[in-house]
Design a protein. Structure first.
Length: 479
């Protein structure tokens, strides 16, 4: 969840050298790629080597306490370099700025510019120091210009505005992913209002990207070498269901993407269970290029906890939905995430969750301890669970899922799979993924005796497993 992505190389003579550190999820990664594209277009030299940079841009995650702690640490490391004279400017962008801009300025002295999530296009001005723009509606303990702040002789440029009533267009990115796969954001914000979540307060209400813009971006990514596109958003299943009034919803969008020349794999991430319809399932089942893979964060299974989370679906509805998914999509891989230690979660409610995981046998599952976040309904609930109990429950739940995952991997031995090569691991071994393995979050497939290149498709036979990962031998190579 807190993956730190390195920058990529792009050089131009006589221009400031800029490194970017991307923290957080794939949605944040898209913002980072867009900012890099803007900087490159403006003549900045984008470098992967932070030690070689004049300016560092840190695109932060502010979702959980752990992500904020990581962001503060990275910012302080950059400020230390600035004080040593090896860095000229530090720019902080992203979710943490949108959520806690005042806290950044109070806690960390030396940040040169802040860029909110709705102000990506201002990153060039922030990097070059071309002056600040701070809406009057924002109250911060900072004075822009050449004035002192809290007695300290420093200035901070602030680029921060309220939510956009539309989704920002993400074309012309300088991508941080390998060339053969990319993320395509189809929506921004969320209307679900889960009681534990800070996303609506950071990213705002749900808005979809127009279908024409999605298709244009998909074709651009394919022309740049992507053969796999992973569709992302805070809630992809609500695409076209709100005030956007597009001609097509998610099902129609999948069918249109399925017709894009050169696009081989389309993967759907961040599915919200209460709005996943049979029409959407049928589109996944019918479209040859759409991977039979659904990432559906369920968070819990006990009715009381689901109600307290305001998940808009109960256990029986969840079980019926999962059954329909498996019935309508042959060979589907289902990934989910769960939260342990939600306020008031009893031992019995937790054991119900563990039993459910053992019985349903998810293909992949991630789990997180509940994080008490300020200004959320769950953060104000009584009966907060002690950290030690939450950690113990996390360990027990993941141990149960490990048994499931290992058993499912063992059952794959002898199966034939089509995999997409990621990179070379050893002279005689490559790292790859089959359709049921999403990048960055799932296990991988190690293919022995294979000389294929990244982006190649290889048909393999599964011969074993290495922990969570599969081991395979090639049968033939082909696009």
């Amino acid at each position: 969840m807190l993956d730190r992505q390195p920058g990529c190389a792009f050089t131009m003579p006589d221009s400031p050298r800029v490194a970017l550190v991307s923290l957080g999820c794939a949605k944040n990664l898209v913002d980072s790629e867009k900012m890099l594209g803007l900087l490159a277009e403006a003549g900045c030299a984008v470098t992967a080597d932070e030690a070689d940079a004049d300016v560092i841009v840190i695109n932060t995650c502010g979702f959980l306490e752990a992500s904020r702690t990581e962001a503060h640490q990275v910012i302080r490391e950059a400020i230390a370099r600035k004080r040593d004279g090896t860095l000229r400017r530090v720019v902080v962008a992203g979710c943490l700025v949108q959520r806690d801009q005042g806290d950044i300025l109070k806690c960390i002295d030396g940040v040169d510019a802040l860029v909110g999530v709705n102000n990506r296009d201002d990153v060039v001005r922030a990097v070059l120091g071309n002056g600040a723009r701070m809406p009057k509606s924002i109250s911060l303990p900072v004075v822009t210009g050449n004035q002192a702040v809290d007695g300290a002789h420093r200035t901070t440029d602030v680029y921060l505005s309220d939510y956009h009533p539309f989704t920002q267009i993400d074309t012309a990115r300088l991508r941080l992913t390998p060339r053969h796969y990319a993320y395509l954001r189809i929506s921004e914000g969320c209307d679900q209002k889960c009681t534990f979540c800070t996303i609506p307060s950071i990213r705002g209400p749900m808005h979809g990207k127009p279908p024409r813009a999605v298709l244009e971006e998909a074709r651009e990514l394919v022309s740049d070498g992507a053969v796999e596109i992973n569709l992302i958003g805070q809630d992809t299943t609500s695409y076209g269901l709100g005030e956007d009034k597009f001609d097509v919803g998610l099902a129609g969008l999948l069918r249109q993407l399925n017709a894009v020349d050169g696009l081989e794999w389309i993967r759907l991430m961040y599915v919200y269970p209460s709005v996943l319809t049979d029409e959407m399932l049928d589109a996944i089942a019918d479209c040859e290029r759409v991977c039979k893979y659904i990432d559906i964060p369920l968070q819990h299974i006990h009715d009381r906890v689901l109600k307290a989370m305001y998940r808009r679906i109960d256990r029986s509805g969840t079980e019926r939905l999962l059954q329909r998914i498996r019935e309508r999509i042959d060979g589907v891989a289902i990934r989910t995430t769960m939260i342990v230690g939600f306020p008031g979660e009893t031992d019995q409610e937790f054991e119900d969750l563990v039993r459910f995981i053992r019985e349903f046998r998810f293909d992949a599952l991630g789990a997180f301890v509940y994080s008490q976040e300020a200004n959320t309904p769950a953060g104000r609930m009584n009966n907060q669970i002690p950290d030690a109990v939450k950690q113990q429950r996390l360990h027990e739940l993941m141990a149960a899922q490990q048994e499931v995952a290992f058993a499912l991997s063992d059952e794959r031995v002898g199966a034939e799979l089509e995999v997409l090569v990621e990179k070379r691991a050893k002279p005689n071994e490559v790292v790859a993924r089959h359709r049921g393995q999403a990048p960055m979050v799932d296990s991988v497939t190690y293919v022995h005796d294979c000389d294929a290149s990244p982006g190649d498709f290889v048909t393999v036979s599964c011969v074993g497993r290495r922990g969570y990962d599969l081991i395979a031998q090639p049968t033939r190579v082909g696009q």
